[in-house]
Design a protein around this ligand. Structure first.
Ligand SMILES: [Zn+2]
Length: 274
């Protein structure tokens, strides 16, 4: 039903003609509108926790650009660093939603998350503000209120924002956590305190994720201080460490380096069926 409504909306926009420019320039949004959430699966509550890592954009879609900086390459660099941290920790099993250098539709990405039966999805992006080089800081977007995975997505967002703050990043808004919605070609961003349930759609990868999900905007590539601190080899490793610590906190684990032998006993195997 939802799909039919969105299809109808899409056709209406095509018929209107005047909105064609918007359709063209927001092709991703239209794609999002046609997405289908993969079938539900049991989310494992026992380690190893499968963490789906989604590097934003890819292939011909380089995302935002600023000088030499290309968003998608920076996303991949951070995902690589986070993948390594998670792979070294027996409590986690990282998986990617796409290979580096390749593009992938949002539908393929969420289908991949479901195939891997991920416990959480973290989509990593870089922010940009072409209007001013002053905008800076970290913000992340959990699945919005009223959706199936809202509460857990919010917990994951809070854990990650907390670690970013501890690592010295500026948190945008009141807490670095926000909700994003699209209304036609307008994008509405509200701070997490505004927990009103809205029917407006958020990012497709959040709306259609089969598990708790957070989309992070790591830093502004249009801000030189952000770029210096949070991209490149050191910056991506610092960001990856904060994401890793946030994931540990979400799953109730000490970070690997802080665990003293013997390793903590894994929690009993239980499964919750969505
Ligand atoms: Zn992006």
């Amino acid at each position: 039903m939802r799909r039919r409504q969105w299809l109808a909306a899409g056709c209406g926009l095509v018929a209107a003609g005047a909105t064609l420019a918007w359709l063209w320039s927001n092709a991703g949004l239209i794609e999002d509108a046609l997405l289908e959430t993969p079938e539900a699966y049991p989310i494992s509550t026992a380690p190893p926790y499968v963490v789906a890592l989604d590097a934003g954009h890819g292939g011909n879609d380089s995302g935002a650009c600023s000088g030499q900086a290309k968003e998608t390459l920076l996303c991949e660099q951070t995902v690589d660093a986070l993948y390594r941290l998670l792979a070294e920790d027996a409590f986690f099993k990282p998986v990617r939603t796409r290979e580096n250098g390749q593009d992938s539709s949002i539908q393929k990405r969420v289908d991949r998350v479901a195939e891997q039966r991920a416990a959480v999805l973290l989509s990593i992006h870089m922010n940009s503000d072409p209007s001013t080089a002053q905008s800076h800081g970290f913000e992340c977007f959990p699945t919005p209120p009223g959706r199936k995975w809202s509460e857990d997505s919010m917990k994951l967002a809070a854990a990650i924002a907390d670690q970013m703050g501890q690592a010295g990043h500026r948190l945008r808004g009141s807490s670095g956590i926000r909700f994003a919605y699209y209304s036609g070609k307008r994008k509405l961003i509200v701070d997490a305190e505004d927990s009103r349930e809205r029917t407006l759609k958020s990012f497709g990868i959040l709306e259609n994720s089969p598990c708790p999900a957070v989309l992070a905007e790591q830093c502004f590539i249009t801000n030189s201080a952000d770029r210096a601190a949070w991209t490149g080899t050191e910056g991506s490793e610092k960001a990856a460490d904060a994401y890793y610590r946030g994931l540990c906190a979400y799953f109730g684990l000490e970070p690997y380096a802080a665990r003293t032998p013997p390793q903590p006993t894994p929690p009993p195997v239980t499964e919750s069926w969505p």
